[in-house]
Design a protein around this ligand. Structure first.
Ligand code: UT7
Length: 331
């Protein structure tokens, strides 16, 4: 059974922040052997926002967090926990979340990071919901934030066209009758841990001249293997997630897929028999913002004002690990 127990938990507010600097596909075609046509056709991405030097994950996480708190009408001092989902922390330690908690002056809150590839956002939502549902916490700020651009090899066309920087956030709190998280499933296939990696600088490959020469301080990805893994695993996973919650995929009103590749999203939607108009897509503007992607998607969707009470939302992601997961919400 994958249902949340205890106090019903609602999304009280959302927000986002994307760095101002925009890099287009044509810009990239000036630095690697690629084209606007190839990137659009194979991924759906047109632009991505890239942080300026000095603009850190904590910097943009704070901005997204403030936007979500304002949207929720909740003060930083009312927070019990700040969770940051990220794969690009400013430093290994301290984590990003304690820095953000300090910047926000959320003096009553604890803080921790969640790192589980691009699925970190979905994992952190589930942790927050359980913490609130059990009565341990009341108001939780969950932020997905990435400044991946310094970790990308800008001479590698296999990766540099895909990722973007950005942050999104949700404020979660006990439901006042409007909205509740229904169910979730978090999964992993660790036998595929070599498909998306960043190997340099830690225990396995301490930083050295060799690790730099071997380009171990950059994201590496077996893109086509990831593509095949996701196309095989994710559609049946999502079908099961819906069925376990007592519904069919067509019973979900709005789909928030990890914004990695439009072909993956469309193929998954087709296999599940979902109406494409119910699938939110903004990867054309932001690229793959990893742990931040589902938060940025929700924030932009909420600004459109299309959500009606009682509608079902499904957030899902996959990423390094290989991890994947999904969570269902009723508005
Ligand atoms: O958050 C999780 C992150 N990871 C993902 O979501 C990645 C999932 N995978 C994908 O999105 C796709 O596999 C990619 C977009 C990465 C690649 O698309 P593909 O259709 O799987 O292409 P491919 O890797 O099979 O490569 C096809 C060709 C290759 O050339 P040859 O060997 O056929 O001559 C690549 O070298 O496309 C070439 N290629 C490019 N060409 C122009 C790879 N990247 C580029 C590029 N521009 N940027």
């Amino acid at each position: 059974m994958s249902f949340f127990q205890g106090v019903p938990v609602a999304i009280r507010g959302s927000g986002m922040y994307a760095p101002r600097k925009v890099v287009t596909n044509n810009d990239l075609s000036q630095i690697v052997d690629t084209s606007d046509e190839w990137i659009r056709e194979r991924t759906g991405i047109q632009r991505r926002h890239i942080a300026e030097p000095g603009e850190l994950t904590s910097t943009i996480a704070e901005k997204a967090g403030r936007a979500a708190l304002e949207n929720a009408g909740i003060l930083p001092s009312e927070l019990d926990m700040v969770i940051v989902a990220t794969n690009s922390p400013d430093t290994l330690f301290p984590g990003v979340a304690p820095k953000v908690q300090g910047l926000l002056k959320a003096e009553n809150a604890g803080a921790f990071d969640v790192q589980s590839g691009c699925t970190s956002g979905v994992y952190s939502i589930v942790l927050a919901v359980n913490g609130i549902a059990s009565g341990l916490w009341k108001n939780v700020l969950v932020i997905g934030a990435e400044v991946l651009s310094p970790l990308i090899d800008w001479t590698d066309r296999n990766t540099c066209v895909l990722f973007g920087d950005g942050a999104g956030a949700m404020v979660l709190a006990p439901s006042n009758g409007n909205g509740r998280f229904i169910s979730a499933q978090l999964k992993s296939d660790g036998t595929k841990h070599d498909q998306i990696t960043f190997l340099g600088g830690l225990i396995e490959n301490p930083a050295s001249h060799e690790t730099i020469d071997q380009k171990k301080h950059y994201v590496a990805m077996k893109g086509n293997d990831v593509f095949k893994f996701v196309n095989r695993v994710i559609p049946p996973f999502l079908k099961t997630l819906c069925e376990d919650a007592g519904m069919l995929p067509e019973g979900i009103d709005w789909w928030f897929f990890h914004q990695a590749n439009q072909r993956i999203i469309e193929r998954t939607a087709e296999r599940l028999g979902i109406n494409p108009e119910r699938v939110f897509i903004n990867l054309d503007e932001y690229g793959n913002t990893s742990a931040a992607s589902v938060f940025i998607a929700l924030s932009e969707f909420m600004k459109q004002g299309e959500l009606l009470r009682g509608q079902k939302l499904l957030f899902t992601a996959f990423g390094a690990g290989m991890t994947y997961g999904g969570v269902i919400y009723e508005s």
